[in-house]
Write a protein that binds this ligand. Structure first.
Ligand SMILES: [Zn+2]
Ligand SMILES: [Zn+2]
Ligand SMILES: [Zn+2]
Length: 204
């Protein structure tokens, strides 16, 4: 569903700044943080195989968060002022302007805010040495997601699986918006039964 929420982008300058982000800012800002988290985990006594396992677990956790945020936050008709603001900041009004390259990736300020609950979650399930690795993995998952999402809208993939992913995501935007929430994979759509019907997942 397209969220009916309008903000006058010509008014507050700070809003313009917060909602318009060039895609490469995402890896530029967050990849160093990923490296820092992984280094921290090693310094706190994790071996490399443990580090790899935790990072992969973190990436996996992210894919579930990606699905949940997209399905329940971005596609939720928020009524309150703060609900609308959060949706707008995170999503950059992507469903209103799906091809606007500057309103596609998460603005870093919004990501930083999202990091707080995610860090608390990994602290709950991890130890002082595994939590930074889980967090770094999750953040790496996020960077992959945001760059992939950008590429699906603005790139011209000629090979599988990117070609198929693009078709899958454009179906979600332009054909059935209440199905196909997965962006980097359709895994959680399969798990939660939101896979689009076969005629939509084939080409044309
Ligand atoms: Zn969507
Ligand atoms: Zn939206
Ligand atoms: Zn999209």
């Amino acid at each position: 569903m397209v969220v009916q929420f309008t903000v006058d982008l010509n008014k507050p300058l700070v809003f313009q700044f917060l909602t318009r982000t060039v895609w490469w800012v995402v890896p530029m800002i967050w990849l160093p943080v990923v490296c820092w988290c992984l280094t921290m985990s090693v310094q706190r006594g994790n071996t490399l195989p443990q580090l790899a396992l935790m990072a992969v677990t973190g990436i996996f956790l992210w894919t579930l968060i990606e699905y949940t945020l997209h399905r329940f936050l971005f596609h939720n008709n928020t009524k309150s002022y703060w609900g609308n603001t959060a949706h707008y900041l995170l999503h950059g009004c992507h469903h209103k302007h799906p091809m606007d390259g500057l309103r596609l990736v998460f603005p870093p300020a919004a990501t930083a805010i999202l990091c707080v609950p995610f860090w608390n979650l990994v602290k709950l399930i991890g130890t002082s040495s595994t939590a930074p690795a889980l967090f770094g993995g999750g953040l790496l998952g996020y960077v992959t997601y945001d760059c992939t999402h950008y590429y699906l809208h603005h790139g011209q993939p000629s090979k599988e699986p990117a070609k198929n992913l693009k078709r899958y995501h454009l179906n979600h935007h332009f054909r059935i918006q209440n199905k196909g929430f997965g962006i980097t994979s359709s895994l959680w759509d399969i798990v939660f039964g939101t896979l689009p019907p076969p005629k939509y997942s084939q080409s044309n």
